[in-house]
Ligand binder design. Structure first.
Ligand code: HEC
Length: 103
């Protein structure tokens, strides 16, 4: 039963997001390249913020555009260095995933 529910949920998700970037694929990118600093659900890692002496935004409460997110990743933002390993579809997907954290 649980499996059926999950499958149904995934189908619903993928059909609503056909032409948009793939937030689900973005989760893998996020977990690998962003989570250590930005937290599992967008809650900043307090240790990182303290070490870098910067106020980090919580992705759950901040409104960011695709462009804001992509520029932060490709060009860096303030104390955050560019993440050169994230490009192309991975970049589109991670931007969609970060936006999906907004509650
Ligand atoms: C080494 C830690 C670290 C990693 C890894 C990292 N970030 Fe950041 N990020 C930061 C810090 C620190 C800031 C705040 C910079 C500042 O304001 O000076 C930040 C800021 C941002 C912002 C800007 C938010 C705003 O203030 O408008 C975005 C968007 C962002 N990060 C996205 C990402 C994404 C997406 C990834 C993964 C591809 C990522 N970051 C990986 C540390 C990190």
């Amino acid at each position: 039963m649980r499996m059926i529910l999950i499958t149904a949920a995934l189908t619903a998700l993928s059909s609503t997001a056909v032409c948009a970037a793939d937030a689900k694929g973005g989760k893998d990118v996020y977990d690998k390249s962003c989570k250590s600093c930005h937290g599992v659900d967008g809650t900043p890692n307090a240790g990182v913020a303290k070490m870098m002496k910067v106020e980090m935004k919580d992705f759950k409460t901040v409104d960011l555009s695709d462009a804001d997110i992509k520029t932060a990743v490709t060009a860096g933002k303030g104390k955050m260095k560019p993440i050169a390993s994230v490009t192309g579809a991975a970049l589109d997907n991670v931007a969609a995933y970060v936006k999906s954290m907004k509650k």
